[in-house]
Design a protein around this ligand. Structure first.
Ligand code: ISE
Length: 338
């Protein structure tokens, strides 16, 4: 067990990346996570990281994430930097023997995800959890338990909806696959309990609000290894709000999650209610549970959430999805055991 696994005092966590999610996780660790203390923040934007660090007590600000990772005061690392710097940072965490919670995607492509899985395996110890927070959302946990109980019989189909209200014009077609659809890749593997065998990504005529050249919305179809299927609409400039739903069709019935947030009013033949603005609101409880579960498991010297293998599997599916998005044809997913 790495020396950083501790159970007698609060876990001292360093957060890498202080964008939207990094700042959100820093606040969660500082104020709402039992048995954890925020001790360091790192971001190449030194002014921003210093300003955020100064809003907490005794938090060191680093411009270089690698320095934070090797800081002896840091027991464990939460990576919330952009995906394209994850490989270097994850490899540093593995070398330093630090337990890590890494926001998705694990890395940008299958080759680098494999590199991370192999480096972690060489230590003989799982160290990294991937931030697929839907697995910690009470509604998703409930549908998982219902499906696993067998009450609805065999799962046949999943229909997912993943809508963002808006994204900057820099959010390109590839990011819709790698940063957004990747969540439903994990949900489908998790709920079916099997791998994805084939992916097709369709792109209907884009919304007029889409930036030049961006294919938004997209519809992905997965064929599961056991013969089931899943559809996912991802629409990042939907203009509605943050809507994430999952509907499961099983042999003896149907179950849906994602409708129960806020107050849905029905009156005078009309219905309506609030739609949360973004994922921090909709999945706030899931993030709290995810970070708490990671802190608790790390203090026991364990990884209990989605592993690097789950991260690698999602990267491989997304890579095939990008090929399908370009060609319009189904692409076989080849997930060789490494
Ligand atoms: C973002 O990175 C997330 O992870 C959100 O959950 C997702 O809805 C959004 O589309 C991504 O950009």
């Amino acid at each position: 067990m790495p020396e950083t696994a501790i159970s007698t005092r609060p876990l001292r966590v360093g957060v890498v990346g202080v964008g939207v999610m990094g700042a959100d996780h820093a606040e969660r660790l500082a104020n709402r996570t039992a048995n954890a203390t925020l001790v360091a923040l790192a971001d190449p934007d030194l002014a921003r990281v210093q300003e955020l660090a100064a809003s907490y007590s005794d938090v060191t600000a680093y411009a270089d994430p690698i320095e934070l990772i090797w800081d002896e005061r840091v027991d464990a690392v939460l990576i919330a930097s952009p995906g394209f710097v994850h490989t270097e940072q994850l490899l540093a965490c593995i070398s330093a023997g630090k337990y890590t919670l890494c926001e998705k995607p694990l890395t940008m492509d299958a080759a680098s995800s494999r590199q991370v899985v192999e480096a972690e395996r060489a230590t003989g110890q799982p160290l990294i959890q991937v931030g697929f927070m839907r697995r910690f959302d009470p509604e998703y946990v409930a549908i998982k338990q219902l499906l696993d109980s067998g009450e609805l019989g065999r799962l046949l189909l999943l229909h997912n909806v993943h809508r963002n209200k808006d994204v900057p014009d820099t959010f390109r077609s590839e990011m819709i696959v790698r940063d957004s659809l990747v969540h439903e890749v994990d949900v489908c593997r998790w709920l079916f309990g099997e791998e994805i065998d084939e992916i097709t990504v369709y792109s209907p005529a884009p919304t007029s609000r889409a930036a030049e050249g961006v294919l938004d919305p997209q519809v992905a179809v997965f064929r599961m290894a056991g013969g089931g299927m899943a559809t996912t609409e991802v629409f990042v400039k939907s203009g509605i709000g943050y809507e994430v739903r999952c509907e499961a069709s099983a042999e003896l019935g149907n179950a849906t999650v994602g409708l129960g947030h806020g107050v849905f009013v029905r009156s005078n033949n009309r219905w309506g209610g609030d739609v949360p603005d973004d994922f921090r609101v909709r999945f706030g409880t899931a993030y709290d549970h995810e970070v708490q579960a990671w802190v608790d498991a790390t203090r026991r010297g364990e990884i209990t959430g989605p592993t690097t293998w789950d991260g690698l599997a999602a990267t491989v599916v997304c890579e095939a999805g990008l090929e399908s998005l370009r060609s319009g044809a189904p692409v076989k997913v080849v997930l060789n055991v490494c």
